[in-house]
Ligand binder design. Structure first.
Ligand code: NAD
Ligand code: DAU
Length: 351
């Protein structure tokens, strides 16, 4: 049986990863360490309640004592670090917490893993630390070309700078101490359980409430969208087959301008929810500071080395996603009550 320390898995991608792994492997133990920030939500994990293969621990990845105690209690084969502050707009208004969780938290996990796995001058066998990173570390593309694993790191936002810094610490532990590591760098995910500060669920939620749809700038910024389950599959493949010390880019060649995404959401909700929802809700607002224009991933390495490919075309994934949000109104009501309203007013008031 393999034992995983997975962090940040009460959030969007992490909770999808828990379902993915428990469906795929019978004989597995997942220990899920999550601080339950605004983005972490135990409702995301309702489907695994009572499953002895999943243990939830509320706590901070920066907490040395707590993380060390987990390494004492469990003989982890893998650490997979999803935990992070993940929203670019929040990093622009409040960068410090991004340094704490994303940089210091990562270094703390690396130190604790090293203390447990490196004894008497040798690494224990078959261990791996996997850092879940992002294509944003490469910066922004012009109209042509793609990010490969050798594209120079050139982050622009406080969020992407913190993720880049974390990646460099992961590689430093590999290069300095010989720690077995991988890094995955994925493009924009979408799917169930995504917090409605991010483009797709925010637009769904606003459409339903007939609120204006805030499109930053001209809306022609391009993101490379991947259904979350395909990202989970990639992480599993890299954890279990990635070559030591390697970075793997993950993306499905599904580049779309933001305005296309917004119009797709409108169309779907017009047909499925209320036929008065239309494009008159779109409001072009002030652009995000330092807004990256285009992301696009070249996934050749993960395809060639590990046989990964995306299974869910965008046209299928977006329908599944919108249907999920429509069927889970209670989930949306809970996550948009209280603090979310304050966040929304604050973030969008000058836009
Ligand atoms: P999310 O914001 O939905 O979830 C983050 C989770 O981490 C939450 O459950 C939160 O409670 C937890 N967390 C935050 N700080 C913590 C801390 N200090 N200690 C313990 N737990 C903490 O994020 P997400 O979209 O699921 O992203 C997960 C990871 O994937 C992040 O590392 C992110 O950088 C990366 N990533 C995200 C995307 C995307 O499109 N969402 C794409 C590529 C990579
Ligand atoms: O590329 C991977 C990254 O994708 C991850 O590392 C991040 O954690 C994740 O949040 C995501 O970052 P983005 O900034 O690309 O995602 P977001 O959903 O915030 O925005 C997508 C695009 O939509 C971006 O160009 C900004 C734009 N946007 C976003 C919001 C919230 C709008 O035009 N209006 C909005 O209200």
């Amino acid at each position: 049986m393999k034992t995983y320390l997975i962090t940040g898995c009460a959030g969007f991608i992490g909770s999808n990863f828990v379902y993915y792994m428990l469906n795929k492997y019978q004989d597995i133990q997942l220990v899920n360490l999550d601080k339950l920030t605004y983005a972490g939500n135990l409702e995301n994990l309702k489907g695994v309640e009572g499953d002895p293969r999943h243990v939830f621990v509320q706590g901070d990845i920066c907490d040395r004592e707590l993380v060390s105690s987990l390494f004492e209690k469990y003989d982890f084969d893998y650490v997979i670090n999803f935990a992070a502050e993940s929203h670019v707009d929040r990093s622009i208004s409040n960068p410090e917490i991004f340094v704490e969780s994303n940089v210091l938290g990562t270094v703390n996990l690396l130190q604790c893993a090293k203390n447990a796995w490196y004894k008497d001058g040798a690494w224990a066998k078959d261990k791996k630390y996997l850092q879940v990173s992002t294509d944003e570390v490469y910066g922004s593309l012009g109209e042509d070309g793609y990010f490969t694993e050798t594209t120079p790191l050139c982050p622009h936002s406080p969020y992407s700078s913190s993720k880049t810094s974390a990646d460099m610490f992961v590689m430093a532990f590999h290069d300095t101490y010989g720690m077995p590591v991988n890094i995955t760098r994925c493009s924009n995910n979408y799917g169930p359980y995504q917090f409605p500060e991010k483009l797709i669920p925010l637009m769904i939620n606003n459409c339903k409430a007939h609120k204006s749809l805030p499109v930053y700038g001209d809306g022609m910024q391009v993101r490379d969208w991947l259904y979350v389950e395909d990202h989970c599959k990639a992480i599993d493949m890299v954890a279990n087959g990635g070559r030591d010390g390697e970075v793997y880019n993950v993306g499905g060649h599904n580049e779309r301008p933001n305005i296309f995404i917004v119009k797709t959401v409108i169309e779907q909700l017009h047909d499925k929810f209320d036929d008065t929802i239309d494009e008159s809700l779109i409001k072009h607002v002030a652009d995000r500071l330092g807004h990256d224009r285009r992301y696009g991933i070249d996934p050749t390495k993960i395809k060639d080395e590990l046989g990964w490919y995306p299974e869910t075309p965008f046209e299928v994934g977006i329908v599944k996603t919108i249907d999920w949000y429509l069927a889970n109104e209670e989930w949306m009501d809970h996550v948009t009550s209280g603090n979310y309203q304050k966040y929304y007013e604050e973030m969008y008031k000058n836009k």
